[in-house]
Design a protein around this ligand. Sequence first.
Ligand SMILES: Cc1cc2nc3c(=O)[nH]c(=O)nc-3n(C[C@H](O)[C@H](O)[C@H](O)COP(=O)(O)O)c2cc1C
Length: 421
Amino acid sequence: MITIRGVEGLPQITAGDDLASLIMHACTLNDGDVLVITSKIVSKAEDRLLPALDRTDAITSEAKRLVARRGRTSIVETRHGFIMAAAGVDMSDVPFGYAALLPVDPDASARLVRAAIAKALGITIGVIITDTFGRAWRDGLVDMAIGAAGIQVLNDFRGEVDLAGNKLEATVMATVDELAAASELVRQKLTQSPLAIITGVSHFVTSDDGPGVQALVRQNKDDWFRLGHREAITTRRTIRSFTEQPISDEVLEIALSAAITAPAPHHSHPLRFIRLKDSRIALLDRMTEAWRADLVRSGFEGDALAKRLNRGRILYEAPEVILPFVSLEDAHHYGDHRDNSERDMFMISGGAGVENFLLALHGEGVGSAWISSTIFCSPIVRETLGISEQWQPLGAIAIGYSSVTPAEREVLSHQEFFTTR
Ligand SMILES: Cc1cc2nc3c(=O)[nH]c(=O)nc-3n(C[C@H](O)[C@H](O)[C@H](O)COP(=O)(O)O)c2cc1C
């Protein structure tokens, strides 16, 4: 039988309090129990209250990246990798003008409490630290574990056979979250009960601290929902500085597959891409020379010339460069003004394809810069790469993982760009 009981009578916690000792005074703990602690009192004991009349500043300081924003609500990834509203920053049950930030390392906090209790009482318990989360697919909040020690965090049923004889392929239960959510029933928000003790689950209690809740943080490549659907478009920025981390073929394939879904005239598929490998330096060197000649003709010289040309370094330095083209093979030929319109149609379709490409990379957490370069020297590009006259260069796309945090986009009013007639 599983029982969950709330613990009352804990004093108001302040910075520097010995939480484990106060908990041991407030309740009786036995071997195999699971102690669930609301993160708020851990934050208080660890002096994680921040004077913050403006909650937004506190959220910004705690956020690694924005996932979605609607009005005043921001969903962000915290420094720990949790996706939470307001980075878990909470102004309830704290002195006026203060915000409680999550513990810096909740797994470490759980380990400390567990070790202190083991030392004082000679018992082995599991410790879970919880906070309240919203859920992407469902209304209503639940408590989930943000830190854990001495408890099996996941319960892996993969490979087991159910009563109907079916082998389970993907069932890995988040045990710590189940216990955290259940414990909230006795630690309800309005009662001063920041602790719960769960008995009857000693089979989940482990002799070592275990991996903690960090084991549940989904890594980027497995995260299908990195961004809200609006942010998937609006948070893309041109990235001009990359780390050396290579881009996987899988990521490029995802982006190329997205690119070719862009609308195109005459039910055609006019986009073409070349991934620069062996010919990259030769092509860039030839393009640079052509650019230099153009700049000199426009009066550039000395430092100003060098500074301009330096802007082209990105294509030498990015981990990947992909050249997009539009093929005009399927454009109709009329022999009059419509031929130009046909070309325009195919070119704008190419632009839509490139934007899809950039957005798909962004969705995978990969940065890009769309560089005009090849558009200004198409004969050199065609000749160096041996491609058809029908292929119209659409620039070059430098691709890599960003080495900088891109600035937030200036918010423009659509009204400036929009009229009704
Ligand atoms: C056709 C095209 C050519 C571009 N060429 C360059 C370029 O040569 N160098 C560069 O740094 N950025 C280039 N950009 C990127 C723009 O400068 C960038 O999109 C703009 O500053 C807005 O920033 P954002 O993409 O972060 O919104 C180009 C963009 C487009 C659409």
